[in-house]
Write a protein that binds this ligand. Sequence first.
Ligand code: SD4
Length: 342
Amino acid sequence: MLNRRKFLLNSTLAATGVALQSKVFATPFREEKIAGNYPIVISTWDFGVAANQAAWKVLSSGGRALDAVEAGARIPEADPNNHSVGAAGYPDRDGHVTLDACIMDENGNCGGVAGMEYIDHPISVARLVMEKTPHVLLVGDGATQFAVANGFKKKQLLNAESEKAWKEWLKTSKYQPEMNIENKHFTPVPNKMPGNQYNHDTIGMLALDAAGNISGACTTSGMAFKLHGRVGDSPIIGAGLFVDNEVGGATSTGVGEEVIRNVGSFLVVELMRQGYKPEDACREAVNRIVKKKPELAKTLQVGFLAINKKGEYGAYALQKGFSYAVCNAEKQDLIIKGKSIF
Ligand code: SD4
């Protein structure tokens, strides 16, 4: 039985808890608009140009950043020439195309799918996980079932080009995770947007809308010819993507394992909270990875892209070759070469 003293103590604590809780919940996530450069959308790699343009249609008409990043991410997901994102992604080593994606909004809501087969728009399924379930991440068959239950059609995703590249890979079956494949399985497509000519890497996208709110999306087919069941950083909140509407957002590309080990995107956002500019925060996150694995520094690629509440943006990668696309009222097809350590 509780004695009176304990009871009073407990009830005081309980009351304090209630007061604290209601204070926490009463704090609005949407804070005052900060003057700055927005609306704006940025995304990883040259193929971000086409994706940004779709996002820009939403942002320029006063739409929400969340709708913008979903619309943008769907562009490379549907591109038959993009073999690192969405339906035309290279399969795993057993020939299964398994897709990873996540999305996060200005209120800290998030959702993701990992290792999902047969569904061509993982970013939209990720959004449904966020909006229609109490969960954050659905994987494998469960993710596919959830997508089908929500109206997505099951499709065979392995296309002829991806199958050809996989069969080529099978000849040696050399299990060496490839990240910078820009010159390897590369077939330029004439008369296409630059974004459609490349076949490498994840798209991570961050948008800041006219209301000053940030959302992000990240979608990929992951490492080409990966071990069946392997999941990278891209669908993992905090690793491949993180948004904190008080501070900014970050996303990553490259060898997901290293990004997960360092909770990379969360780290970038926290560094911005401490006052780092986006580019400096990205560089520091890359440095942390290198510091822990100096022996891998020359062979792996990792890159981060970030934006803060003012719409200032920046990126940093470990190796040369990283680029990102920026789109705002002044320019819709800007490609910026990311700085790198090497
Ligand atoms: C992954 N980070 O699955 C992704 C792949 C990627 O540049 O971004 N490639 O690890």
